[in-house]
Design a protein around this ligand. Structure first.
Ligand SMILES: Nc1ncnc2c1ncn2[C@@H]1O[C@H](COP(=O)(O)OP(=O)(O)OP(=O)(O)O)[C@@H](O)[C@H]1O
Ligand SMILES: [Mg+2]
Length: 326
């Protein structure tokens, strides 16, 4: 990955590219990063008379499910989830956030939204997916997890099927689903990070945050067959501070866990983050031109374009794992 400071400078120059939301590409790249060729109908449309053309909406039937987690609490997961979603939406991706930090409803606060319903309400026959979806800025959709997953073990097969059926349509609405988890190694947090195809671990440079981040890395490496973890270092004062943290964690991870750790970038310590939270507006809406905003846009670029990513289980696989659906 290139030096983030130089990329940030470029990003500042390219700012116009981000000022307008752009449409998603008509034919998104195939899984695994290889460029996809348009489906055969596209070629046919070239020669067919207009009145016979069949225009189909582009429906991507598998979403990237990315859990955002941390060892220590309060390191910036929710702010990253919400603003990463907005950054990706600004460049044309359809993004959905699941607030899986049970009981805290932090995404509501950061997005400045109010959710009346959460996932558990879907068990009521008259509540449909549209009732639990909150529409945030830039078309980012959001669902509050409530205490649904804590009850997952108690669900009857009918209740599991009901949730599965009602939630399945999410994958046609989003290219990317970001799951904002709680902190630490509780069973609920682990369930979410093991069910997701990709995991972003957020830490700050504080020693306590690093120790807790390592505990998550260890638990993840022992329980996941994917062994592919990404990291974002938040609240740094300069780039070298972030490099130090990443190098330290990467060395430890490779040596003791045999697990690669990929850096997605860093975010500067920036008062505008706190000021945006106070205003109950996402940082990228309230203060788009601050260093923290630019850093998050950089992280978004790295998530989208920074390397190969495979959708292994996708959204349905995520739900199946979470609900133990066989
Ligand atoms: N880059 C930053 N610069 C300055 N302050 C920050 C930054 N990132 C986060 N903060 C501060 O940290 C607070 C906590 O952030 P956030 O709620 O996103 O953390 P969290 O990891 O989701 O917490 P929890 O574990 O409780 O869910 C924010 O309200 C903000 O005041
Ligand atoms: Mg949070």
């Amino acid at each position: 990955m290139r030096d983030q400071a130089s990329s940030l400078r470029e990003l500042v120059q390219e700012k116009n590219e981000y000022s307008e939301p752009q449409p998603a590409p008509a034919y998104p790249p195939a899984q695994g990063g290889a460029p996809a060729s348009p489906p055969p109908q596209a070629a046919v449309q070239e020669v067919m008379p207009v009145h016979k053309r069949v225009f189909r909406p582009t429906i991507r039937t598998n979403a990237r499910v990315i859990a955002i987690t941390s060892g220590k609490g309060g390191v910036g997961k929710t702010n990253l989830a919400v603003n990463l979603a907005i950054a990706m939406a600004k460049i044309g991706r359809r993004v959905m956030i699941i607030d899986a930090d049970l009981g805290m409803a932090n995404v509501d606060v950061v997005l400045g939204t109010m959710s009346k319903h959460h996932l558990l309400h879907l068990l009521q026959p008259d509540v449909q997916l549209g009732d639990v979806l909150i529409h945030g800025p830039y078309g980012v959709n959001y669902i509050s997890g409530g205490s649904a997953i804590e009850r997952a073990v108690d669900f009857t097969p009918q209740e599991r099927k009901c949730l599965m059926d009602k939630l399945a349509a999410c994958e046609t609405m989003a290219d990317i689903v970001l799951v904002d988890t709680g902190a630490g190694l509780g069973r609920n947090v682990l369930d979410f990070i093991l069910a997701a195809d990709e995991v972003i671990l957020v830490t700050t440079p504080e020693p306590t945050a690093l120790t807790d981040a390592y505990a998550v890395m260890k638990a993840y490496s022992m329980n996941s067959e994917k062994k592919d973890l990404k990291i974002v270092v938040n609240r740094v004062y300069d780039e070298s501070e972030s490099n130090e943290v990443v190098t330290k964690l990467q060395r430890t991870s490779e040596k003791f866990l045999s697990m690669p750790l990929t850096s997605l970038g860093f975010i500067y310590e920036d008062r505008s983050v706190m000021n945006a939270v106070k205003r109950q507006q996402p940082l990228l809406s309230a203060f788009p031109d601050t260093m923290a905003s630019r850093c998050i846009e950089m992280v978004a670029k790295n998530v989208l374009y920074g390397g190969e990513h495979k959708i292994r289980l996708g959204w349905k696989g995520f739900l199946q794992r979470l609900l133990n659906f066989s």
